[in-house]
Design a protein around this ligand. Sequence first.
Ligand code: HEM
Length: 217
Amino acid sequence: MADLIPFSAALRERSSSAHSSSERSGFMADLLEGAGTREDYIALVAQHWFIYDALESAAERMRRDPVASVFISDKLTRLPALEADLAFLLGDDWRDRISPLPTTRAYVERIRQVGATWPGGFVAHHYTRYLGDLSGGLFIGRLMARRFGFETNGIGFYLFDEIADPRAFKEVYREQLDAAPWDADEQERVIGEVLRAYRYNTELFEDLAAAKAAAVA
Ligand code: HEM
């Protein structure tokens, strides 16, 4: 099986139902369909800050790894854009006004763990976030801009100024996945970690919905 279809295609196929669950989560669906508020959007941006802080710190360490470093590109770096978005959305004291939800804490802990010890696991988390950001993320950014009247301030996270052709970028990324020197067992472990990353993302939407319900109760 692994010999018949490229690893990137197997990964996409094996994670497609986890992707659908994430995509259909009520919190995200509400935001996309217009039932979510500006505060909901800001709550999501805040959680992204914790996640990308962990992911991009791990990337700094993984730059020294021969396999993981191939995937790391400054063009993807999101933390400065998230910080500018939060300053715009919450004010200069944004850092004092945000805190991680329980799933974010667990997600960040996992990224730190694999980011320090396991290149394949790091790539799994890198893939799940950045390929998503370069796919549905572009559409979500445009929709949020329209919905809440942002131009570029507030949605900088979704704007990849240095990636003119996301489709071509993703194709190269998939070729790199196919070229990674992982045997069948390691490929399975990487797919397992991608599924775990999707679970964190889906559970984060559940946490955000619960926090919102608690705030209005
Ligand atoms: C909530 C709304 C979402 C929408 C509308 C959406 C939409 C899409 C679309 C249309 C694609 C296919 C792009 C292509 O064929 O090149 C895609 C791919 C992808 N999405 Fe999402 N997505 C959403 C949420 C998520 C979430 C929460 C994650 C995980 C953090 C995610 C991760 C990914 C990944 C990793 C891919 C690339 C799959 C691959 O080609 O290997 N998406 N998304």
